[in-house]
Design a protein around this ligand. Structure first.
Ligand code: AMP
Ligand code: GLY
Length: 415
């Protein structure tokens, strides 16, 4: 199978790497890709947000499957443009991607599907916001309605900060606060069949101990030794399957990756958010543990034949991924800093250095080019070993002013 991965972040590098290691994949192309991806894929200079250009590239390369990584191209209709050219594409239509693109649309789908989630008010002006904040009380949760790369949400005890965040966002969703640990549970779906993956946990706050601002995610691990045994079955039955069915009923079938961000509250599982694509960095921790064919799953979802693809099979052991972020992330990440130690880290047993925000500079040196620069992923026999290897890898990386969390998977590894 010839494949084309769209995007240039850590998730796309992890997808390209897993496809390159997949026995049924003969070629991996990427557009635009990143320096790390050039080791496993042929890179093409195509605008990932330009549906016509991506479709033309896919036709030109004669690929069997296009895999769209980020939400931006999905919301922009790139999957629709590829499919219109007769090429199988993993990723929902622009309309279905509104499940991630609009928090208020997601809430409407959740209501139609009777999916448990936080109570919420959609607010269009400061008076409505203030009323909603006071109705729910602190801690306050305010979410920008549109795409915001993980940074549109504020959770705070400070009412003025909540109001100020809302003032900068246009339409917002004000929600009830959900307590309890968070879990990311992904499902591959063709719009009918729903195959959940193994749960993972992401660390959204910038600093150790879950402090600091929300980020796109600072690290992840899988599996979750502390999660209830019936979590996946329960979420499939109460969240994933009903959501897919409700979207089909509403004439907006969802095919691709359905990402359920969950809070395991004292009152049961609640959906914190849906995304319409693989999570980043959870994907970096999940894919190295997948023992069956990723390409078969993605192709099955893209062609409506997922029912004929077997359940995903997982390796024993665990995986941990730690994000190395640029100086100033997430507020104002600095670019152009030299990156050293990638080969040394990569040489550690079980470690993959996944590129997220990297570039070659004019003299051919690897430099930072985004907020999340690298994700150091390691597999091991168990979480402590995977964690040790990941942090051994991080220790090799040199980037001036860089930052990473030191507590990724620490609690879970300690049991
Ligand atoms: P979202 O973009 O909706 O996933 O929100 C980003 C992060 O904000 C989530 O991963 C949570 O950590 C936090 N968050 C979002 N909604 C809530 C909520 N209702 N209660 C508590 N925390 C939340
Ligand atoms: N890791 C969070 C996300 O991908 O949205």
């Amino acid at each position: 199978m010839k494949t084309l991965v769209i995007g240039s972040g850590g998730r796309e590098h992890a997808l390209a790497l897993a496809l390159a290691r997949d026995g049924i994949v003969t070629q991996v192309h990427a557009a635009p890709g990143n320096p790390g991806m050039s080791a496993v894929a042929t890179l093409h200079d195509t605008d990932p947000l330009d549906g016509a250009a991506v479709a033309a590239r896919a036709v030109d390369l004669g690929v069997d499957l296009v895999v769209i990584g980020p939400e931006g191209p999905l919301v922009a209709g790139v999957a629709d443009a590829v499919r219109a050219c007769g090429i199988a594409c993993f990723g929902p239509s622009a309309r279905a991607a509104q499940l991630e693109g609009s928090k208020s649309y997601a809430k409407q789908v959740m209501a139609a599907a009777e999916v448990p989630t936080a109570m919420a008010h959609v607010c269009d002006n400061p008076a409505e916001v203030a009323a909603a904040l006071d109705a729910f009380g602190a801690p306050y949760v305010v979410k920008a309605d549109g795409l915001a790369a993980g940074k549109g949400v504020i959770v705070t005890d400070d009412r003025d900060a909540a109001l100020a965040h809302a003032a900068g966002c246009g339409r917002v969703v004000v929600e009830e606060f959900l307590d309890g640990p968070e879990v990311s549970l992904f499902a591959i779906t063709d719009g009918v069949t729903v195959l959940p993956l193994q749960p993972a946990q992401d660390f959204k706050r910038a600093y150790d101990g879950d402090t600091g601002p929300n980020t796109g995610g600072m690290g992840a691990y899988s599996p979750l030794p502390w999660a209830p045994d019936d979590l996946v079955v329960d979420v499939a039955r109460r969240v994933l399957q009903p959501t897919v069915e409700a979207m089909a009923r509403q004439g907006t079938p969802f095919a691709g990756l359905l990402y359920a961000g969950l809070a395991l509250t004292s009152r049961g599982v609640r959906v914190v958010e849906f995304n319409a694509r693989f999570g980043d960095p959870e994907t970096q921790a999940l894919l190295p543990l997948l023992d069956s064919s990723l390409a078969a799953l993605l192709h099955g979802a893209a062609t409506g034949t997922l029912g004929e693809v077997g359940l995903p099979v997982w390796r024993d052991g665990a995986a941990v991924t730690v994000v190395v972020a640029a100086h100033g992330y997430p507020v104002s990440p600095r670019t152009g800093d030299r990156i050293t130690g990638v080969e040394t880290a990569q040489a550690i047993e079980g470690v993959d250095v996944i590129h997220a925000g990297t570039a070659w500079d004019a003299s051919g040196d690897l430099v930072t080019a985004g907020g999340r620069v690298l994700t150091i992923t390691a597999v091991g026999a168990d979480l402590p070993q995977a964690r040790q290897r990941a942090y051994d890898g991080v220790a090799q990386i040199g980037i001036d002013g860089s930052q990473f969390r030191t507590d990724i998977a620490a609690e879970a590894a300690a049991g």
